[in-house]
Design a protein around this ligand. Structure first.
Ligand SMILES: CC(C)c1onc(-c2c(Cl)cccc2Cl)c1COc1ccc(-c2ccc3c(C(=O)O)c[nH]c3c2)cc1
Length: 229
């Protein structure tokens, strides 16, 4: 019972999601470089910077996004970047990566000078995403829904964003019923992850402050999207 235009919307989002990925040479760096806290932080910064570039390209391909008010487009990207990167990096964790890859990302995150109290909620989130066994379409649409969240700071035209998010929520709900017929509450569980993402985003803001305290440097793109420095 997915309509023609809903299928078109889903295809556009999934194609954009697959088209825009971190370049393999950047992703592979996770495996190659050394393991000092400084090295890990630098690598993670490079991954995040590359991921933000990928995220911007993906977002521009979400049907209707570029027709939104320009300033709202920026507000949505800044407000959702961390959450979208949690979703994206979570998929890396849950993907059956070639042996040793997955824990490489975990290893580097654990040894990057990140405050201890942030680790538990972060890795619990990664585990809870992995347990959902989301199909690619669900991952792509859930990321688009996260980006098109109307109540981000400084968004002016709530209505316009809500309309776009609404149409994607309808598609996601139908997709969940089709892909996970046994699990009646699967869609609700997916949306529950978005709540968890908000909490992680608040933790992340504190983490950035503590990183800046012991003068970790970020790239210009990260400074801009996270309003630091
Ligand atoms: C500035 C740095 C230190 C930082 O601050 N907060 C976070 C941070 C952390 Cl530590 C966790 C979650 C979110 C953020 Cl922003 C980070 C690091 O962020 C990232 C972002 C994204 C990846 C990431 C994505 C995709 C893939 C991928 C694939 O697609 O094939 C293969 N390898 C991937 C790696 C890793 C780390």
């Amino acid at each position: 019972e997915i309509t023609k235009e809903q299928r078109a919307l889903m295809k556009a989002i999934v194609d954009a999601y697959n088209r825009h990925q971190i370049p393999q040479d950047v992703a592979k760096k996770l495996l190659q470089e050394q393991y000092s806290p400084e090295e890990n932080f630098l690598l993670l910064t490079e991954m995040a910077t590359s991921q933000v570039q990928v995220l911007v390209e993906f977002t521009k391909n979400i049907p209707g996004f570029v027709s939104l008010d320009r300033e709202d487009q920026i507000a949505l990207l800044k407000g959702s970047a961390v959450e979208a990167m949690f979703l994206r990096s979570a998929q890396v964790f849950s993907r059956k990566m070639p042996s040793g890859h997955t824990d490489v990302l975990e290893e580097r995150i654990r040894k990057s000078g990140m405050p201890e109290e942030f680790m538990t909620p972060m890795f619990n989130f990664y585990k809870s995403i992995g347990e959902l066994h989301m199909v690619q379409e669900e991952q792509a649409i859930l990321t688009a829904i996260t980006i098109l969240t109307p109540d981000r700071p400084y968004v002016k035209d709530h209505q316009a964003v809500e309309r776009l998010q609404e149409s994607m929520l309808v598609v996601l709900r139908k997709l969940c019923v089709l892909q996970h017929p046994q699990e009646l509450q699967y869609f609700a569980r997916l949306l529950g992850r978005l709540t968890e993402l908000r909490t992680l985003s608040h933790y992340h803001a504190e983490m950035l402050t503590s990183w800046r305290m012991n003068d970790h440097k970020f790239t210009p793109l990260l400074c801009e999207i996270w309003d630091v420095q």
